[in-house]
Design a protein around this ligand. Structure first.
Ligand SMILES: Cc1cc2nc3c(=O)[nH]c(=O)nc-3n(C[C@H](O)[C@H](O)[C@H](O)COP(=O)(O)O)c2cc1C
Length: 172
C-alpha cells in the first residue's frame, strides 16, 4: 500500500493553511511522503494510507466545506487512520485552557463521521486586516474590544510541530 499521507485543510484567512504546511513539513522531515492540499483540490483519497484533516473554527463549528469533506469521503476515511486538527482563537484567551473541553465538544460532529486517532487543537490568528468588514467580523471586533478574544497571531509553532511529530507512530 502507498504510504503517502494527505494533509488537507479548510481555511478562510490563511492561518489554518499555514498550520497545515507546518504539519506537512514536520511529517516530511520524519521521512513520510506527504501531499498538502486545500480541501477543494482533493480529488480522491484512495491513494493515501492516512489523512490529516484540519479546519478553522467559525461560530463554534468547523467550516462547512470541512464538514462536507468528511461526509463525502466518510467511507474511505473510516478505512484509514485519520487525525484532525482544529484552529480557533478561544484557545489563545488568557484563560483558554478552561475552554479546552468546550472547544473539544465543537468537533463532536466530526467524531460522528470519522474516528480520529489524534486530535490537535491550536490557537490561530485574528488579523482584521485579512478579514472583510461584515456583521460577523464586527461582532468579533467587539469581542476583542471588550478584551474577550485576543487578536493577532497566536499560533504556537512548537506545539503544532510537537503534535505533528507524534503522528507517524499513530498513523501507520
Ligand atoms: C467570522 C469569524 C468567526 C469566528 N468564530 C470563532 C469562534 O466561534 N470561536 C473561536 O474560538 N474562534 C473563532 N474565530 C477565530 C478563527 O477560528 C481564527 O481566527 C482562525 O485562526 C481562523 O483560521 P483561518 O485564518 O484559517 O481562516 C472566528 C473568526 C472569524 C473571522
Amino acid at each position: 500500500m502507498n504510504k503517502k499521507i494527505l494533509v488537507t485543510y479548510a481555511s478562510r484567512a490563511g492561518s489554518t493553511a499555514e498550520i497545515a504546511e507546518a504539519i506537512g513539513k514536520t511529517l516530511s522531515q520524519s521521512g513520510t511522503k506527504v501531499d498538502i492540499l486545500p480541501m477543494q483540490d482533493v480529488k480522491e483519497i484512495s491513494s493515501y494510507s492516512a489523512v490529516v484533516v484540519g479546519s478553522a473554527i467559525r461560530g463554534s463549528k468547523w467550516l462547512p466545506e470541512a464538514m462536507e469533506f468528511t461526509r463525502t469521503h466518510r467511507a474511505e476515511l473510516l478505512e484509514r487512520r485519520v487525525a484532525t486538527f482544529t484552529v480557533c482563537i478561544t484557545l489563545a484567551m488568557s484563560n483558554g485552557d478552561r475552554y479546552r473541553q468546550a472547544v473539544s465538544a465543537w468537533i463532536e460532529p466530526v467524531r460522528a463521521q470519522v474516528r480520529p486517532v489524534s486530535e490537535g487543537f491550536f490557537a490561530g490568528r485574528l488579523d482584521f486586516k485579512k478579514l472583510p468588514l461584515n456583521f460577523d467580523t464586527l461582532k468579533l471586533r467587539l469581542t476583542v474590544a471588550f478584551g474577550i478574544f485576543p487578536k493577532d497571531d497566536r499560533r504556537n509553532w512548537n506545539a503544532i510541530r510537537a503534535w505533528a511529530e507524534g503522528l507517524p507512530a499513530l498513523m501507520q
